[in-house]
Design a protein. Structure first.
Length: 258
């Protein structure tokens, strides 16, 4: 874990003994900020995600996000360049250094296409879907689920290679619910961590005795958010087969445009 971070008058920071210059603000959320920074040594651009941790639980959630980035080394999962925790006014801030992807999220790409009255060609859609499924399979094979997959949490490289990001909602893929109290706990957690418009049905009204697993991620791919966003009618019929070793086979049976 990174131990040193200093904020200098020239607008630079130091993480793990490496200096980075602040360039500009990229995004801002309820409890986090994303800044564009440039590495002094390598000249590369990075996205610095700063998470405000208001309590011990918030710090643990940020630590989990760091651990998830560290756990995976996969071409379709965003990597980790560095991180540290700092204390400010009795509260913690998690600083997570990530590779900067200039093209932006799948959502922003689709927005630009829609503004032009255009859409993503079938071959391009299939390439993006294949990469998303590949990243999900890597997570599921390790026994984890993303839980908050959506177009804004998928970055696109210049060659349209998708990168799954925002891993803060990830947890063990299999959750066995025993009793009403546990069901309410899972349901409340989902209400806070899983975006409502992409949340799997079983997370809205969790049964008192059930198993929640990685099929919550499969539901998101089935809802065809990218097609709806650009005005296409895209039906994805997915065959989901749980094989020995937690292997998941995703087959797209039908692709219809109108």
């Amino acid at each position: 874990m990174g131990q040193t971070l200093c904020i200098c008058s020239r607008g630079s920071i130091t993480i793990d003994n490496k200096r980075y210059y602040f360039i500009q603000k990229l995004d801002e959320g309820g409890f986090s900020y994303v800044d564009l920074v440039e590495g002094v040594q390598d000249g590369r651009f990075y996205a610095l995600k700063r998470i405000l941790c208001h309590d011990r639980e918030g710090r643990q959630e940020a630590q989990t996000e760091v651990e998830m980035h560290r756990l995976f080394s996969h071409p379709n999962i965003l990597g980790l360049a560095g991180h540290t925790f700092i204390e400010r006014g009795g509260k913690s801030e998690a600083w997570i250094l990530l590779p900067y992807v200039q093209k932006g999220s799948l959502w922003s790409v689709l927005e630009k296409l829609r503004d032009k009255g255009s859409f993503m060609p079938e071959r391009r859609i299939l390439k993006v879907l294949q990469g998303i499924c590949s990243g999900l399979k890597a997570m599921h094979d390790r026994g984890y689920a993303h839980r908050d997959l959506k177009p804004t949490n998928v970055l696109l490289e210049e060659d349209d290679r998708p990168l799954l990001m925002d891993l803060g909602s990830m947890n063990r893929s299999r959750m066995e619910v025993k009793g009403t109290r546990e069901a309410m706990t899972v349901q409340d957690w989902a209400a806070q961590r899983c975006t409502i418009s992409y949340r799997a049905p079983e997370l809205f009204n969790v049964e008192s005795h059930c198993v929640i697993d990685d099929r919550t991620d499969i539901w998101v791919t089935h809802t065809s958010p990218c097609s709806q966003h650009v005005g296409l009618q895209l039906d994805w019929y997915l065959s989901v087969s749980i094989m020995p070793g937690n292997w998941i086979d995703l087959s797209i049976f039908h692709l219809a445009f109108s």
